[in-house]
Design a protein around this ligand. Structure first.
Ligand code: ARG
Length: 579
């Protein structure tokens, strides 16, 4: 049940009956101000302009044909021709009962599910995961969860960087260390340190560098010994990534990994095809495509290199191969990429080229959902005090430690076991929420104090709002999970809370379309705030409250708790009984 869609359909059909041509939309939206009703249809103005009549007359004609019997208590014209719709509290109460007791909180599976490929996290395996990998990992995961929830077939693709020249250097280093008797797992224990050493040897020692380059050639031509070392290196790196995903409560697993190396055999055919189609041409020994569609201000085409002079392939070449695989083999209707905004030109080139080459049909939706950078308090990209990259594992451990301190002072009665669970969920939730609640396209400043605050639009506040309702049920001696009651909405705070509750499907629909998780955070924050207002104005457990009023308010509260838990789950954030 999606109120906006329901009202939109009704107004649309009234417009139709009023003789308004089908190309005019009802422009239905949640009302911005109290007093304008709950929803507003603003379509009369556009229609009137085109039909050269008075908008208020058009609005009246729409209302004359509008059937909102049993749904709205009042429909009125306001201002230049707005139609204000006031929902009927009786209808809202019925919907509230049905939705708050339903498994998916009123969200029905789509009639026409899509096959959606989501490319996210995708770290380069040459290094330990650092803060720069956080955003793609958690934003992509939230969107994967949302689309799955709406009924789409979601295929996660962790397009890890597990191929390319840096592996020659790493293999040379691994071989040297193995020569000194170390086992690969031990040598690779400190991935980051290992990478730094390899890099240093590569830069300082020409013989080492030659050997590294030789290994790249051997790796690409399938040399068994070199391949074994590469496999080992890849295995350890992936274990490390999986450990991070587990800590982060992210749904990426082993089966979702399909990195650059998987496309090795497709690269030559892709280049050959682009050449055969006359798209790729030789330019100073390299193979390139001139994309006039992406020309700059001076009219110079954007140049995509797909094969280097020395025969090596590029990042774009494997992305083209990956796109072809996702369409051809995975049968994607929609492909979403969660990658840093700095790769926008790269993605545009890949999408444009894929279309020109016929890898992607008209109907395929290719979407780069870019995001900004996480900054330190100095406004520069987030770094350690000594200027190094901040390892993600360390950051997450620190979050849990800091949360433990907060929780210990707030609730000293928790057992050690409860404390560990709460600290982990609050700490990780705080980091994720602080990121997800920002408009993803902006940069944002990472700040421990504000993300761990128990007030305001934060993870801990949302988790706290949930536990608060749990505690109301404990005090009422009721089991929230099985509780069911009729609902009667008499107070304005109850009506407002019910409307907000019933808007979850609208929020989910919007996120599924635009991939902005902050829309969910804002919604949950509004919901939690309305709950606090309701709880102050409408006592539940106080002496003298009528039994029917009490159970009705408990049902509303259960709806809020379930919606908070569901919304947080879609963001990949966990709730708990108490904190
Ligand atoms: N490995 C790349 C990087 O770390 C990101 C890959 C994103 N996915 C893609 N299909 N290009 O920058």
């Amino acid at each position: 049940m999606n109120i906006r869609n329901l009202l939109n359909d009704r107004v649309k059909s009234a417009m139709n009956d009023a003789g308004i041509p089908a190309d005019y939309s009802p422009h239905l939206a949640v009302s911005k101000k109290a007093g304008f009703g709950d929803y507003q249809a603003n379509g009369a103005m556009g229609a009137a302009k085109a039909l050269k009549t008075n908008p208020r007359e058009v609005a009246q004609k729409i209302i004359d044909n509008l059937d909102l019997n049993g749904i709205a208590s009042k429909v009125e014209i306001a201002g230049p021709g707005f139609i204000n719709i006031h929902l009927d509290p009786k209808w809202l109460a019925q919907q509230t009962v049905a939705v708050t007791n339903s498994t998916n909180l009123g969200i029905l599976p789509k009639n026409n599910p899509e096959t959606v490929v989501i490319d996210y996290s995708s770290p380069n395996l040459a290094k330990e995961m650092h803060v720069g990998h956080l955003r793609s990992t958690i934003i992509g995961d939230a969107i994967a969860r949302v689309l799955e929830f709406t009924g789409d077939k979601v295929i996660r693709q962790n397009h890890v960087g597990d191929w390319g020249t840096q592996f020659g250097m790493l293999i040379a280093e691994l071989e040297d260390q193995l020569g000194s008797g170390e086992r690969p797992e031990l040598a690779l224990q400190d991935l980051e340190g290992f990478y730094q050493q390899a890099k240093k040897h590569f830069d300082d020692d020409p013989a080492f560098a030659d050997r590294a380059r030789d290994y790249v050639v051997k790796l690409q031509s399938g040399d068994a010994q070199v391949n074994k070392l590469w496999q080992e290196f890849r295995r350890v790196s992936l274990l490390h990534a999986e450990e991070i995903y587990r800590k982060l409560n992210v749904t990426l697993g082993e089966a979702d990994v399909r990195g650059e190396s998987a496309y090795n055999d497709d690269l030559a055919p892709v280049v050959a095809e682009l050449e055969a189609q006359g798209l790729a041409v030789e330019d100073q020994g390299a193979k390139v495509v001139f994309l006039h569609e992406l020309a700059d201000k001076n009219g110079d085409p954007s140049v995509a290199i797909i094969q280097k002079k020395d025969g090596g392939y590029l990042y774009s070449t494997s992305d083209l191969a990956a796109l072809r695989y996702r369409v051809g083999t995975l049968k994607a209707n929609r492909i979403l990429y969660f990658i840093d905004a700095r790769q926008s030109l790269h993605m545009q080139q890949v999408f444009t080229l894929a279309r020109k080459a016929g890898f992607a049909d008209e109907w395929l939706s290719t979407e780069h959902h870019a995001f900004g950078t996480m900054l330190g308090s100095d406004g520069k990209p987030f770094k350690t005090r000594s200027g190094g990259t901040v390892k993600l594992a360390q950051l997450l451990d620190e979050a849990v430690e800091r949360a433990a301190k907060e929780v210990r002072t707030k609730n000293p009665d928790l057992t050690e076991e409860e404390m560990a669970e709460v600290a982990s969920k609050v700490g990780i939730g705080a980091v994720k929420y602080a990121d997800l609640c920002k408009t993803r396209t902006n940069d944002y400043v990472f700040n421990w104090e504000s993300m761990l605050a128990f007030e305001g639009n934060t993870g801990p506040y949302m988790q706290y709002a949930y536990t608060r309702i749990r505690s109301i049920f404990r005090r009422a001696n009721e089991n929230m999970d099985t509780f069911e009651s009729e609902v009667n909405l008499t107070e304005p705070q109850e009506v407002q809370l019910a409307i907000k509750l019933l808007q979850l499907p609208e929020i989910v629909e919007q996120i599924a379309a635009d991939a902005y998780p902050h829309v969910m955070c804002n919604y949950l924050y509004d919901l939690a705030s309305l709950f606090m207002t309701f709880y102050e104005a409408c006592p539940i457990l106080k002496e003298g409250v009528e039994p029917a009023v009490k159970t009705s308010r408990l049902q509303l509260s259960k709806g809020v708790a379930r919606t908070l838990a569901q919304g947080l789950d879609l963001l990949g954030i966990e709730v708990m009984e108490k904190m």
